[in-house]
Structures are given as C-alpha cells and as structure tokens.
Write a new protein. Structure first.
Lengths: 691, 328
C-alpha cells in the first residue's frame, strides 16, 4: 500500500496561517481523492516553514469504474435510424462513439444507455494531475504576491516535495517544480537534502531539527515549559492562546528562562502578563499560591547560547515594563489629584462614531439606561449611575493608550486606588466581559447591567445609522455584542428583556431614532438570528425551535431567562425515558386538534375507561401544571406532565379511536385533547420536536 | 562596532549585493518609505535595488531626550529589492552576519507584522524580525503603493539602526551609543542628538505655530495639485480630477508635462506638517481622518502621475544589462 507525501516549503507563516492552511489542505485532499476514486488515510502536519500532507495506504491504482448510464429517450436520440444531436451529445459527454449506445427498455419507455468501463489509472499519474489543483485550494486569512508577482500564497513558496513512496510525482505550483529535496531547521540544518521515501518524512526531519507533527511539537514544548517552571520553583501559568501561537513559531522548541526586577511586580499582574504575553510571547510563571514570580519562559527556535538570548530578552522586557511603570505612575498622579474627572471630561471630545457622537455622550446614554434598569435587576440606581460614569474613563489613561487590551482592568485598578467602593470598581472591569468565547460573563449584577447597557447602546446606535454588519465586515463588533448580551442573560447575574432595552435605548438617541422603526426591526431580526446561532451550537435544533416558538407566543419573546428556563427544562426531560413517547403523544394531540375550537369536556360522554382516566388525571394535574408554568417553573411543570400524564395519554391513544362518526363523542374527545395540547403548549411547542 | 561602522558595514554589504547606495531625502520624512527611492520606484515594472540611511521624524515619539529608547528622530537603514529575490531572507540574514551577529548564537524569529501606511495608500505583508526578543527590522513585501497594485513586488528591509547598535554595543541608553571612535576621540550619540531631542520635542509639543502649520499644510496641498494639474471634484468627498492640460485623454503629452517630483515633495511636507499638528494636540479625532485622507488623495495622484510619466518615457530601467554590466 503506497504512501504519499506532499510538502510545501514556505517563508515563515503566521500561526493562524499554518492552522487555516493545514485545515484547507486536508479538506481539499479529501474532496479531490473522493472525486478521483482514491481512498487513503489523510493526515496533515506543519510548521511556520512547511505545510505537509500525508496519505497512507493508497491503492496502487484507482479501482476500475464500471457503470451503465441512462441517456435520453430512444425516440429523441435516433430519428429514422440516424443519431440526433441528443445522441451525439450524450456519446460525447461520456467519451464513446455513437455505435456504443444501446437501447434499454424501461417501464417508462425505451431509452439510450451506455455501458462504461474505465480502467483505473496508476495512483501516481492521478496524483500528478490533481496536486496543482489541491495546492490552489489551500486558503489563508490573507494571501500575498512576491518576486515577479505572478503567484499568490500565504507566503512565498520555496520548495515542493511530492513523493509516492520513493518516486517523485512531478507537478508544478507557484512556479516551483516538485522534487524530493527538502530542508531542515532554518538555522540548525539549513542545507537542502533529499528525502528517500515518503514514509521517512517525520524521522528525516527530526534529524534535521524539525518536529513536524504539531501535536508532538506542542507536547514537547509543554513538557519543556513545565519542567523549566518547576526549576524556577513555580508553575507554568496556563495560556492556551500563547501555546498555539508559540507552537507554530518554532520548528524545534527550546525554552529559555529569563527574569526581571521584582520591583515591577508592584504593577498590577495583568499589566505584567500583558506586556510579556501580547508583546513578547513569554509565558508567566506563578508560585504555588498563585503569585507572579519575577521570571518568564521564552519559547525559542535555537538555544545554542541561552544566556545571551536571556540577556537580550531581559533587556527588552525591562524597557517595556519600565514604560508601563512610567505610564501607571503618570496616570496615578492624575487620579490621585483629581479622581477620574479629567479623563471623564476628555471623553466629551473623543468621537465614538461620527453620527453617534462622542464617547462622553455614549457614557451618558449608558448611565441613563443603567439607572432605568437597575431596579429591575436588584441594583442600587446610585451605584449603577456611578459605575456607568466611570466605566470608560480609563480609555484616556496613558497605560490603556499603550496597552488597549487592559481597558477596564486598569479602570478597576485606578478606581480602587482612589477609594471607589469595590463593587463599583469591579463593575468597570466586568462590563467588558465576556471579551470572547473563552471569557466569563460579569460575575456581579452591576457589571452585567453596565455590560448590557453598553452593548445595547452600540447595537441600537449602529442599526439606527445603517452600520449593521455586512458580510464579513463588522467593524463595531455587533455580532460579539449581541452574543455578549445572550450569554449575560443565560449564564450571568441578570435577566434581559431585549425589547424593553431596545426601546429605552432608542429613546436615548432622540431625533436620530425618529421614524426608524424599520432599523429597529432589523436589529430585532439580527439579534434573533444571533440567538439562534448560539443556541443551535449548544442544543439540538428542534429543541431550540420548540422552546423559542413557545417563548414567543407565551412570553412575548421578552425575558431571555424565560427562554433559558424552558430550554433547560426540556433538556432535562429529554434525558428521561418519558421524552420520546410524550413528544409523540403531544404532537398527535396538537395535530389532531389544530383546527378545533375546543370547549368544556362533558364527563357523561366519556365512554371508554382510557378516556375517563385521562380526563380524570388531567383535571387533577392541570391546575398544578398551569400554576408552575405561570411561575416560570418549567422544569417542575414538565416533570409533573411527564410523571402523571404519560401513561394515561399513551393508553388513550392505544385504546381510543378519536375520529368516530358520532359527532358528540368525537368533539368531546377533541376537547379533552385540545385542553391537554393547550396546557403543554404553554411550556414548549412539542409539535416542533423531532420525535 | 560604532554607530557609523554599522552604517558603513550595511552600505558595503548592500552595495556588494547590487544596490544603488542612495542618500537620505532632503525633506522631513516619517520613514524611509517616504523617500522617492522607495515610494515612487516601487511603482511600475522597472527593476530597482537601492539602499540608504533615512533619518526619520516621528514628532509624537519625542521625549525631550529623557527616555533611553524613544526619539523623535531616529535612523532607519532602508533596502529595496525589486523584484524581491527568492533568497531575500537569506540575504537579510547574511547582512546580520556582516554586522557581526551570527544567527546561530541568537534567537532570530520572523514574527507576523503586516504593514500599512494610510497616508501613502500603501500596504504589504511580512514580518518584524526579532533578535533575542528585540524588534530589529521590518520586512515587507509591498502589495500596493499609492493605491496601485505592485508588479513586480518590492521587498523592503528596514533596519532600526539605534536598536541594533544598542544591542551590539550592549548599552541601555541610546545616548550612550558610541557614534564614532578615532584618534580624534570618541563621539557619542548623545553628543550629536541629545540637545536636538530636547529642542525638537519642545518645538513639536509646545512651540510649533499651529496656525502656521495649518496654513503650510493647505498651501502645500494646493501647490501639489497645481504641479499635477489637479482640481477637487465637487461633491465627491475630496476626490480629485485632472485639469484639461494634465488629462492624458485631452492632452497626449500630459504625462510629461506634470511635475511629479515637486508635487510629491509637497506630499512629504503635508505629511510632516500633519505629524507636527498631531504632536501639538491641534487635531481632533474627526479632523485626523480628514487630514490623512487629504494626504492619501495626493499620494495616490502622484503615484498615478509617476506611473504615467515612466510609461511615457518607455520605462527606462527596463533596458537589458549591457555586456559591460555583465563583465563587471
């Protein structure tokens, strides 16, 4: 079973390019192999300097293709024994002569057919033809041109290895002909050397200082980092983002520890970590009790002279920390003298968006919204007002100007320094949360309130001026803002009634919002779409639809927590044995009574024991279910429904025929079912579930 | 290695590798890219290899001579290789050896860093080069210049001379750099520039005349347009149109009648006046975008005019190498 290797040697790719390059390479390979009737185990590996595709267990040749294809009706293909254009076209399409066309008789009449038998071609020949196309399907976040500017790729292409076992598969891509010459580590093994066999790839590169498999490289890097942290008497600060960055930056990982003056630890931890991580890609080291150590770990590509490397890096880090220290000291001078007022004042001349006014105006809107909604979420309006007033002030600090990623964090730090109450200070930081999919939602109600106010203000404002996201362009991060609101309501400290917020926010915009009902409708649809996308990543599609539908009809689609509770309740039910049968039964009850008016059930007309039993149990259970539904205790309501109604309704549908000729009996049974369907529909629209 | 030896070593290296050794431009530029050796020559099909020092002014980076790393004027060593040779990275690493830095004994990394100049309408992809964690160079493949797609592509290498020298001389304060050393004595970087940093910082942040700089900006903009034969199109958000005499569709000789080089000098001036006004805190956020847009419109017009002029001249540098060239 032959193995195949494709390696594209390039100049240093950014780590996101390595990831997207390998992903698209693998997808393209699978698609093209299927198209060309080749089966193999597909694998990819790569570093900043190479993207590799490995195919294992290929056949020596394609399997032969043998099939009979039906063409146009015989009568349309041959007129007076002469082939028509239809016949000629069909023959040409399948590469046969008209003489090869046969007549087949089918129940629908006589048709032209052709029997095709194509020998399988040798795998090498097939690969030779598809490789250029495969390379062309590799995608990157951005492509570039180089040299004469004729080709585009993630970075300039230097060499291509294409080996089927020990034989070169010739093809050309980006002006480079395939060969067996590869290269090792840029500095430790710079000479180009031949690969004897596709199967030798990983081991040959390993001896040239390249750990080509990403997993192996990551594992080695983490092992080195962990050990180095231990040697420094600490533990490695976990940082998945940094791990993925660094694993693509080096071909053979080495770790060089470095240090800085302990005095810098007076800076907030976040500042130190930010300087190290975002600017220098160093890992932080913490002591066992979580305190930062004045040490760092640097993943490097060569480490012949670790002391020299550490010395250089220490110097860079010291300069950067000194800058940070200077900025913090200058900022503290401002806040200790005059509080946040000077910064807050400056925001009145910083433009947020031309048509939406200054950041200062935005802060005022956030403030009004926060004050208005504070009582609903159990927050003191005075706290809300104060936190809102301070929440953007740190944008004017020197440290945030230099390190934008520290917005909020520094606001909290400075606020604490000047004696702002802890919950208010914390809310300044929290209102930016969640900053991404990995980030937590604001822990406090005050932080959550500010976070929602800020995001709603941005969403409403941008929609009012027609700045909604288009295609990939979302300059104001509105998708993220919408998602943040959903997550705050689902996971966080406060509920959100989006409709109420949107109306209140539009009011804040005054004249700008007049006659813009359409824009707000677009925003509601946008939000709804984001909500569904988020939910469908987490729950089955039908479950989401069933809950949203009931939420809209019963709760006006207002409280997001109400939706969450319905979903959680239904999810819980789904894990029980009741779920399938109940879904089927309620769906039946709903469908059969869709057109029915319903009415009181007449006990005298209940003849069958099964219907009497169902009516009895339902009459007993209904008030309790309704009461729980009313109170928003959907889990409790569904539990009751499941425990009490499942058996009687199953028995009913097994033994009772609803659509009898006697109209009085039939209507009475329909009324009973209608009552049940209405009762459960208030919780979840079962009929939308795939049973 | 003194500061000037560093410059001399790079000059020698790149001269040996086929570059014209150019000179700094005699006008205030923010980076070597503004020098016509780069901005204009990167446009169009003609091959071009050049290397030069560029004293670069960044008014907002001034620190009155107090900060050991930040300067309002620093020195770039700029190399343009067009088309970018396939071994450009190897050449760059070899140049590091020429200044006494053996990559094997350091950690050298090519870290993603895409470059964009909104005023020049130019962008490219490439890296920062890190030497033991210190960014010592920018490495860019120009994709667009003055709004025109580059073909062939220029490779741009920009060395940060002060940083490299500080590393080589192992000093923590830029003013302690040895600029030159000879029988006549040792001259330090501080001897040359410390006072200058204080004066220019004071000028840029405190004393530069704001109305004067606004006027100079407006005048240079108008002058640039006159040299190119441009007028502002009404109601098109500042976009520009050719006067009849400068419009190739109405005057076949227009490409050679437009004065591209004086016009481009005005672009450089406008950009600098804008930087001073910015440092002076005289430009609001909204105005900022407008100023940048105005410079970009001019830069694009110069780029277009330059291309048309070189085309009208038959792209002189496309001539094949002569027998004498090859013999040398």
């Amino acid at each position: 079973m032959p193995d195949f290797l494709l390696e594209i040697g390039v100049e240093e790719l950014p780590s996101s390019f390595v990831r997207s390059g390998l992903r698209s390479m693998e997808a393209a390979a699978r698609r093209l192999l299927t198209q060309h009737r080749l089966e193999a185990e597909v694998g990819v590996a790569g570093t900043a300097r190479r993207l590799a595709l490995q195919l294992r267990g290929l056949p020596k040749a394609q399997p032969p293709r043998e099939e009979t294809l039906q063409g146009p009706p015989w009568a349309a293909a041959f007129k007076d024994g002469e082939p028509t254009r239809a016949a000629l076209g069909f023959a040409k399409k399948h590469g046969v002569s008209v003489g090869a066309l046969e007549r087949v008789t089918t129940p629908k009449g006589d048709y032209v057919s052709v029997h095709i038998r194509e020998e399988g071609r040798p795998t090498g020949a097939v690969l030779g033809e598809l490789l250029a196309e495969l390379c062309g399907r590799i995608t990157f976040p951005k492509t570039m041109r180089w040299g004469e500017g004729e080709f585009a790729f993630g970075r300039p292409v230097h060499w291509i290895v294409a080996l089927l076992d020990d034989a070169v598969v010739p093809f050309e891509f980006a002006g480079v002909a395939s060969d067996r010459q590869t290269r090792g580590h840029r500095f430790l093994a710079p000479e180009s050397f031949p690969l004897a066999d596709a199967g030798d790839y990983a081991s040959a590169l390993a001896s040239a200082h390249v750990v080509v498999a990403t997993d192996a490289r990551r594992a080695r890097m983490l092992e080195l980092l962990t050990r180095a942290a231990e040697e420094l008497g600490g533990v490695l600060a976990e940082d998945p983002f940094l791990v993925e960055e660094c694993v693509s930056l080096v071909e053979e990982p080495f770790v060089v520890p470095g240090s800085f003056e302990p005095g810098f630890l007076e800076l907030p931890d976040e500042v130190v970590v930010s300087v190290m991580r975002d600017h220098q890609r160093y890992f932080a080291v913490r002591s066992s009790d979580g305190a930062l150590l004045p040490r760092y770990l640097n993943v490097v590509n060569t480490a012949a002279d670790p002391e020299r490397i550490a010395k250089g890096n220490d110097r860079v880090l010291r300069a950067r920390l000194k800058d940070a220290q200077f900025f913090v000291a200058e900022d503290l001078k401002v806040v200790e003298a005059s509080g946040f007022a000077p910064w807050r004042g400056k925001l009145d001349s910083v433009v947020f968006q031309r048509k939406l006014g200054t950041v200062g105006a935005k802060v005022q809107r956030i403030q009004s919204l926060a004050r208005e909604f504070a009582p609903q979420v159990g927050v003191d309006p005075a706290d809300a007002e104060k936190a809102a007033d301070l929440c953007k002030a740190d944008l004017e600090s020197l440290i945030v100007f230099e390190f934008p990623e520290l917005q909020g964090t520094m606001g909290r730090f400075y606020a604490e320094r000047v004696g702002v109450e802890a919950p208010v200070a914390a809310a300044i930081e929290e209102h930016y949360q969640p900053a991404g999919a990995q980030d937590e939602v604001p822990p406090s109600a005050l932080g959550a309130l500010l976070g929602v106010a800020d995001r709603v203000d941005t969403l409403v404002g941008c929609f009012l001026i027609g700045q909604q996201p288009k295609g990939n362009a979302d300059p104001f991060g509105l998708r993220r803002a919408a998602l943040g609101i959903v997550r705050i309501a689902f996971e966080g400290a406060i509920d959100v009634d989006l409709e109420g917020w949107v109306r209140a926010s539009a009011k804040q915009y005054g004249a700008l919002a007049e006659g813009k009902e359409e824009a707000l409708t677009a925003l509601r649809e946008f939000f709804d779409a984001r909500l569904r996308v988020w939910l469908k990543d987490r729950y089955p599609r039908d479950l989401v639809d069933a809950c949203i539908s009931a939420w809209r009809t019963e709760a006006g689609g207002r409280s997001l927590r109400d939706l969450r509770d319905r979903i959680v309740a239904l999810e819980r039910l789904r894990d029980t044995a009741h779920y399938g049968p109940l879904a089927v039964a309620f769906k039946r009850a709903h469908n059969i009574t869709k057109e029915v008016q319903g009415g009181p059930v007449d006990p005298a007309l209940l003849l069958e024991p099964a219907e009497r039993e169902l009516a009895r149990v339902f009459a007993e259970v209904q008030p309790k279910v309704d009461e729980r539904t009313e109170a928003g205790d959907y889990a409790g309501a569904l539990q009751l429904v499941a425990e009490r109604l499942r058996d009687p309704i199953d028995t009913f549908f097994e033994g009772v025929f609803v659509m009898v000729d006697d109209a009085r009996l039939r209507d009475n049974r329909l009324s009973l079912l209608k009552g049940i369907a209405d009762c459960v529909n208030r919780i979840v629209h079962f009929h939308l579930l795939q049973a | 290695m003194t500061f000037q030896e560093l410059i001399l070593a790079l000059e020698r290296f790149w001269a040996d590798h086929g570059c014209v050794v150019g000179q700094p431009y005699n006008s205030e530029v923010g980076a070597g890219t503004f020098n016509p050796h780069t901005f204009l020559r990167a446009i169009g099909p003609e091959p071009w290899n050049v290397a030069y020092v560029e004293p670069s002014r960044r008014p907002t980076d001034g620190r009155y001579g107090d900060n050991p790393n930040r300067l309002q004027q620093f020195h770039q060593y700029q190399v343009i290789l067009k088309p970018s040779p396939i071994d450009i990275q190897d050449l760059y690493l070899e140049s590091l050896r020429a200044i006494g830095t053996d990559p094997l004994h350091h950690d050298i990394r090519f870290v993603e860093d895409d470059w964009e100049s909104p005023t020049l309408g130019a962008w490219g992809l490439g890296w920062q080069v890190w030497l033991d964690g210190l960014e010592i160079s920018q490495f860019t493949y120009f994709q667009q210049c003055g709004g025109i797609d580059c073909k062939p592509i220029s490779g741009e290498l920009t060395y940060g001379l002060e940083r490299i020298a500080m590393y080589l001389q192992d000093v923590d304060d830029v003013y302690d750099l040895v600029y030159s050393r000879s029988g006549a004595g040792t001259v330090y970087y501080g001897d040359l520039f410390k006072r200058a940093e204080w004066e220019w910082s004071t000028y840029n942040f405190e004393r530069a005349d704001v109305p004067l700089h606004k006027r100079l900006f407006d005048d240079c903009e108008a002058q640039c347009m006159r040299m190119l034969g441009l007028r502002a199109e009404k109601g098109k958000g500042g976009s520009l149109a050719w006067e009849p005499w400068a419009d190739p569709e109405q005057n076949a000789d227009a490409p050679l009648q437009r004065l591209v080089l004086p016009a481009y000098d005005c672009v450089i001036k406008c950009s600098h006046y804008f930087n001073v006004l910015d440092a002076r805190g005289a430009i609001s956020v909204t105005e900022r975008q407008r100023y940048i847009g105005r410079v970009r419109h001019l830069a694009r017009a110069c780029a277009e005019a330059w291309y048309a002029q070189r085309e009208a001249l038959g792209f002189p540098l496309l001539r094949p190498a002569s027998a004498a060239d090859r013999a040398s």
